[in-house]
Design a protein around this ligand. Structure first.
Ligand SMILES: O=C(O)CCC(=O)C(=O)O
Ligand SMILES: [Fe+2]
Length: 550
């Protein structure tokens, strides 16, 4: 039997003070160029490397797959790491199978925790934050596993028809003020539910009116700009003189489209890019999931489920066939790194190695986001008009906004108030969607948590490599993402802007891909553990609000 663990590891003195990844020139080879030293902490690599030299736990006998790790914000600009692990326990381990090996899984989890704790200088503390048994029968069929999060399709459809869904959704909405505030009526139809459960994903065409989505993006853009203003030392209420401020939004500023990031140079289906071997941080359990091959690439040998035997990088990208050769990402094919520090209203950050994803993100709801109400309250006082900000003419049908260019002069000091209402409407709809999903969920499969992130891609040809948002699981399993909902906030989007969400279809649908342009108001809803997706290189400012539910 297999158990999935998430182990949260907090840096010790040596981990936080000395950056092992930093060379004499002061650059961390794992960090984006110019990134603050703590953006992608070198100590994570050291900890992960040290831990993965243990492939079998001595007491429990469990074999350990070290799938990867991601950095998450911790405090004062520092990061903790979350290590993803799959434990293989013999079926007859522990309590005779009666408790599905719960006791031995707990023992093995303790052993893993102790292993992290033994790296005394680097690690201050570690604990397991999520533990779930991976379905034995669903090992090769992630969709079948994830589908069990919900009642069977026929029953789900019946619930959509019946007052049942409304009543249950209303009941859970009552416990969630954000959902109660949602306007715009029911979200999920029978057809939506069927396609979510049959295909793993569904497109909700008008999740919010396009003008609302664009309004939400204006607030996000303003936040990016405000971050810059605050960084420049002019935080505080009231209009802000911008004479000495950096160009608006420059931290995540649109950059010139580097020639080799032009759409033509991007091989259609060979997006995975080379990753320095020692920069193995993997943002998502995704990299551990079996992947169906991109259509244009010859089959690669992919370790099924990151088998422990795969060495050395467990889940490192496999070598590519010649005509799908990995490309090293051009140095300037990424937004400029964000400054570190805790003073920025929405705490934009660069969360991942630039080879995996090129967006700037900020938590905006629920987890990690207790600062958000305060940040939103500050924002109206910090609104420079910004080249990043979508304008009214971006709303559906309006002329498309040209991608911003490098070196575009910052607009003259000109502050305006961007109301938070549209942004709050999108959050409320995401809360209402959660209430409907809860009404369709199988017993105890969803615990009613969510987190919401704002993401911004500069118009520089960056995207997000193919991944899934979680490992497939069908049960409660702690704080693990189960359903993803991405709401796009980009008015006037045209094909030349790129930036489509490329969804890999399930095997029974042929395993091809579907490209979904990120048009304002559209939402893509999918099962986090089984739908592979990527963001194609984007050549216009691209905004989205993404909710994860579990
Ligand atoms: O923005 C998108 O289209 C998808 C983003 C995504 O895949 C993620 O944040 O995990
Ligand atoms: Fe994703």
């Amino acid at each position: 039997m297999r158990w999935r663990l998430e182990l949260e590891v907090v840096p010790g003195d040596a981990g936080s003070e000395e950056e092992p990844g930093i060379d004499a020139a002061g650059t961390d080879p794992c960090a984006p160029p110019g990134a603050a030293a703590d953006a992608v902490p070198g100590w994570c690599t050291r900890v992960f490397t040290a831990m993965r030299s243990t492939s079998r736990l001595p007491r429990s006998g469990a074999a350990v797959e070290w799938c990867g790790w991601r950095a998450e914000p911790f405090m004062f600009g520092a990061h903790k790491m979350v290590v993803l692990i799959v434990l293989h326990l013999r079926a007859d381990d522990g309590d005779g199978g009666g408790m599905c090996g719960e006791a031995s899984a707990a023992d093995a989890a303790d052993e893993v925790t102790a292993l992290a704790g033994s790296l005394a200088e680097l690690v201050q503390g570690a604990h397991v934050t999520a533990r779930s048994r991976l379905a034995d029968d669903g090992a090769d069929d992630a969709l079948a596993t994830c589908r069990r999060l919900f009642v069977p399709v026929a029953e789900a459809e019946a619930r959509v028809d019946a007052r049942d869904l409304t009543a249950q959704a209303a009941a859970s909405a009552r416990r969630d003020p954000a959902a109660t505030a949602s306007r715009g009526g029911r979200i999920l139809t029978r057809a939506h539910v069927r396609s979510l459960l049959d295909d793993g994903f569904v497109i909700l065409e008008t999740f919010v009116p396009p003008a609302v989505a664009v309004g939400a993006a204006r607030l996000v853009a303003a936040s990016l700009s405000a971050d810059t203003v605050v960084q420049a030392g002019v935080a505080g209420g009231g209009p802000v003189a911008r004479a000495d401020a950096q160009p608006a939004g420059s931290d995540c500023a649109p950059q010139s489209e580097p020639a080799d990031c032009a759409p033509q140079s991007e091989p259609a289906d060979c997006a995975p890019q080379s990753e320095p071997a020692d920069c193995a941080p993997q943002s998502e359990p995704a990299d551990c999931a079996p992947q169906s091959e991109p259509a244009d690439c010859a089959p690669q040998s992919e370790p099924a489920d990151c088998a422990p035997q795969s060495e050395p990088a467990d889940c490192a990208p496999q070598s590519e066939p010649a005509d799908c050769a990995p490309q090293s990402e051009p140095a300037d094919c990424a937004p400029a790194p964000l400054p570190s520090g805790d003073t920025r209203p929405l705490r934009w950050r660069w969360p991942e190695p630039r080879t995996a994803r090129g967006d700037c993100v900020a938590w905006v709801d629920t987890r990690f986001a207790s600062h958000v109400p305060d940040a939103l309250a500050k924002l109206p006082a910090l609104q420079p008009t910004s080249p990043l900000a979508p304008t009214a003419s971006d709303v559906d049908g309006g002329p498309s906004s040209p991608p911003a260019r490098a070196g575009a002069a910052a607009p003259a000091a000109d502050f305006q108030t961007v109301p938070a209402a549209d942004f709050q409407t999108v959050l409320a709809r995401l809360a209402a969607l959660q209430a409907e999903l809860l009404a369709l969920a199988a017993d105890r499969a969803l615990v009613g948590e969510r987190e919401v992130q704002a993401a911004y891609y500069a118009p520089n040809g960056c995207g997000y490599r193919r991944h899934t948002d979680a490992l497939p699981t069908a049960d409660g399993g702690g704080a693990q993402r189960k359903v993803s909902a991405v709401v796009y906030c980009n008015g006037g989007w045209v094909e030349a802007h790129g930036g489509a969400l490329r969804v890999t279809l399930q095997d029974h649908r042929g395993g091809g891909t579907v490209d979904v342009p990120p048009r304002a108001g559209r939402c893509v809803l999918f099962l986090s553990g089984c739908v592979q997706h990527e963001v194609r290189p984007s050549f216009a400012p691209r905004y989205a609000l993404t909710a994860w539910y579990w």
